[in-house]
Design a protein around this ligand. Structure first.
Ligand code: ACO
Length: 323
């Protein structure tokens, strides 16, 4: 076991909520259709902030809670599919805002698996030469949404959350992980395509910032492959599904989570959900849920929990932690 402790968690949610009824006034949809298929009632959308602003607020809260100084941080990882820009990376903007002069900072791109992939990188860094780091999932997906496309606009939201983690002598930490990528079916979920054209070429691809997905295929993928990933990670940890106290799954869709719980033979009570309030915030869903559950003491020290992301790439990541 890698002996690593989750010391603090924090979230930053934009103030403005957009309800299903508001969307119904903008496009041909309704609350009943959206809620019955996804479990989403409303989402939060930025009015002034960008991704780095949300991520910086999370990082500041993490320092406040843990009583560490910015100079105590060795690295900052931001998982995002909606950075402010490709360069500078979002994490560098957080590092500057925090004044974390000793920290290196980089972004990770693995869509809705991003936070779990970030935790994987962070635990590897902590098991080598680093002591303490910050991992944040931060998204402003509203800039990747075509607000006239009812098939995607109803699904996504903005938000950020993260954790401060460090090496420890306590008998806690990462028990096992299983990360998988399925690049052969990358086309099922795409967003943020640059134009590829230069003075020497014709246009190879055109600019298309918006989400496009094959919802049915993504649904089938998630309900088939996430249980397989969970079976693999539980076997690596030498645990059964019953041994996990709480499953924190990517909050894309309530029906996907209910199907996964059933496949594992687990009570749905062990799979808390909050997509009704936030929609799908990609890399931010798992840490937002983790922070809410820690605040409510539903997740606490002594438990065994699973963190599970799945989405664009396509990608899946699962970790089992002893808290
Ligand atoms: N309101 C009303 N009607 C709609 C809407 C809407 N917002 N969106 C689509 N429809 C219509 C479609 O046009 C279609 O109409 P038609 O039969 O006349 O052509 C009908 O509803 C059914 O469309 P489907 O796409 O077949 O609907 P489905 O039951 O598959 O639900 C959904 C769509 C919710 C996207 C589902 O496929 C799903 O949950 N997929 C998982 C994908 C997901 O969660 N993606 C998020 C990103 S990936 C991730 O995070 C894992």
């Amino acid at each position: 076991m890698e002996q690593i402790k989750i010391v603090a968690s924090a979230r930053q949610i934009p103030q403005r909520t957009v309800t299903n009824d508001e969307l119904s006034a903008m496009m041909d949809t309704d609350d009943q259709w959206i809620y019955s298929r996804t479990g989403i009632h409303e989402r939060h959308v930025v009015t002034t902030e960008n991704t780095s602003d949300l991520a910086l607020k999370v990082a500041q809260k993490l320092l406040e809670q843990s009583n560490y100084d910015a100079n105590d941080i060795d690295f900052i990882l931001v998982s995002t599919m909606s950075p402010d820009a490709t360069s500078p990376n979002t994490a560098a903007l957080v590092q500057a805002g925090l004044g974390a002069s000793q920290a290196f900072a980089m972004d990770l791109s693995a869509a809705c698996s991003g936070f779990v992939y970030g935790m994987s990188v962070a635990t590897s860094l902590l098991s080598s030469r680093y002591r303490r780091g910050i991992v944040i999932g931060a998204e402003v997906l509203s800039k990747l949404v075509d607000w006239t496309d009812r098939t995607t606009a109803v699904l996504f939201g903005d938000g950020a959350a993260g954790v401060l983690i460090e090496k420890t002598d306590d008998a806690v930490g990462l028990l096992a992980e299983d990360l998988r990528s399925f690049g052969d079916v990358n086309g099922y979920l795409v967003a943020g395509r640059f134009a590829n054209a230069n003075a020497f070429s014709g246009e190879i691809t055109t600019l298309d910032p918006f989400f496009h997905q094959n919802g049915r295929e993504v649904y089938n993928f998630a309900t088939r492959e996430v249980p397989n990933t969970l079976t693999r990670v539980l076997a690596k940890a030498e645990l059964t599904a019953d041994d996990v106290d709480v499953y924190l799954l990517h909050q894309a869709n309530a029906r996907i989570i209910m199907s996964i719980a059933k496949r594992l033979g687990q009570n749905i009570e062990k799979f808390p959900m909050n997509m009704n309030k936030y929609g799908n915030t990609s890399a931010a869903t798992v840490p937002i849920l983790l922070d809410e559950l820690r605040a409510d003491n539903v997740v606490h020290e002594g438990q065994t929990i699973a963190l599970v992301g799945f989405g664009g790439g396509l990608t899946i990541g699962a970790q089992i932690w002893k808290l």
